[in-house]
Design a protein around this ligand. Structure first.
Ligand SMILES: *Cc1c(COP(=O)(O)O)cnc(C)c1O
Length: 362
């Protein structure tokens, strides 16, 4: 099999079993004589696909009945606008700035109202999560916004901020289904699926029902109203049907592996292999403070740009793809989402050891 270890931050690896099953069903989905791509989204066969996907996601995340699950389009980035358009009743939102995606959401929110940056880790290149136990939450804030796992910088909120009773909105694009979550702590949890769940373009929005109202900012397009999609069970218009079908297969795959507790154990084990190596290496080091390290995205450097480039180049030749760090951080980044097998990380560490031995400076 010609598959390589793909450490891309997204779109990222999908489970081989899922891809294989999709391939088997490509020409004739379960006796319908057509591919899911060619199927009416109003057909019985497709209704079963989207309903099963929602049911499985609800089961995996233990989503309470007073939350809606929406399968939408436009990626995570469209939510940067949809959230303020639908939730800014007082036109005030408090944002915690922990990286580029958090910043983009903040800048977008400013178009629609008063967005306040109430905490930030920009002072140290977003290498940590600020203390969020006693923030200056605005009296009339409609919500507090976080990016829970920072894909580019490799940090993760291990503890949710104290929002002092305000609604919490969280972008979980790069940690979706990587570990159990308590949905009741959030007003909105959402994420683009291309990091951990499926094909780019689909965004899943889990939103508390009482936050879905007719009242949106003036000029909100119909397609950007949560209520429209909630009332029609994500079938207001043609949904990203094939993408949702693949997401459904990934939900099944996670269920089969034992759900989110099992996923967490698997991810902790994988991440520890890499972090343990980084912590004792004389050449490589992680860039994030230990207590805020992400299980999904692991940035690291050698401290020398030339050596970093040499490493990325040689790693690629050895079958470890997409290890180059984001252009804003430099160095390397290994994204090790759910579908990255443990052997992928073990082999990467073996390769890093070999590289270190070959390039050691006396
Ligand atoms: C990738 C990513 C996004 C952007 O997703 P798109 O689907 O490309 O819009 C937003 N937030 C986070 C945390 C991401 O990792």
């Amino acid at each position: 099999m010609g598959r390589i270890y793909n450490f891309s931050a997204g779109p990222a690896m999908l489970p081989v079993e899922v891809l294989q099953e999709a391939a088997d069903e490509m020409l004739d989905y379960r006796g319908t004589g057509m591919s899911v791509m060619e199927m009416s989204h109003r057909s019985k066969a497709y209704e079963a696909i989207i309903q099963e996907a929602e049911k499985d996601l609800r089961e995996l995340m233990n989503i309470p009945n007073n939350y809606k699950v929406l399968f939408l389009q436009g990626g995570a980035s469209l939510q940067f606008a949809m959230i303020p358009m639908n939730l800014m009743k007082n036109k005030v939102a408090d944002h915690i700035i922990t990286g580029q995606w958090a910043k983009k959401a903040y800048q977008e929110a400013k178009i629609y109202g008063q967005a306040n940056a109430i905490a930030s880790s920009a002072d140290k290149t977003f290498s940590y999560i600020p203390d969020c136990s006693d923030l200056p939450i605005s009296e009339n804030a409609d919500y507090v916004y976080i990016c829970e796992n920072n894909t580019i910088y490799g940090t993760k909120f291990k503890k949710l901020p104290n929002t002092k009773g305000k609604i919490l909105v969280s972008d979980v694009s790069s940690c979706f289904l990587s570990e159990p979550v308590d949905v009741t702590k959030y007003g909105v949890i959402y994420g683009g699926v291309q990091k951990n769940i499926g094909p780019a373009g689909v965004v899943i929005v889990i939103i508390r029902e009482d936050l879905i109202t007719e009242e949106t900012l003036p000029g909100t397009p119909t397609m950007m109203k949560y209520k429209i999609h909630a009332d029609e069970n994500s079938l207001y218009n043609t949904p990203p049907a094939y993408g949702i079908y693949i997401c459904g297969k990934v939900f099944q795959w996670i269920k089969k592996l034992g759900g989110l507790e099992a996923m967490k154990a698997h991810n902790e084990k994988k991440a520890a292999i890499l972090y343990d190596f980084l912590d004792q290496s004389k050449m490589f080091r992680g860039t994030v403070v230990k207590e805020d390290r992400s299980l999904m995205n692991v940035p690291f450097v050698t401290g020398e740009e030339e050596l970093d480039s040499k490493f990325v180049k040689e790693a690629k030749a050895a079958g470890f793809e997409n290890l180059k760090g984001h252009r804003s951080v430099g160095g390397m980044r290994a994204s090790i989402y759910n579908a990255m097998p443990i052997e992928g990380v073990e082999k990467l560490v073996e390769f890093m050891k070999k590289f270190e031995a070959e390039n050691v400076r006396e």
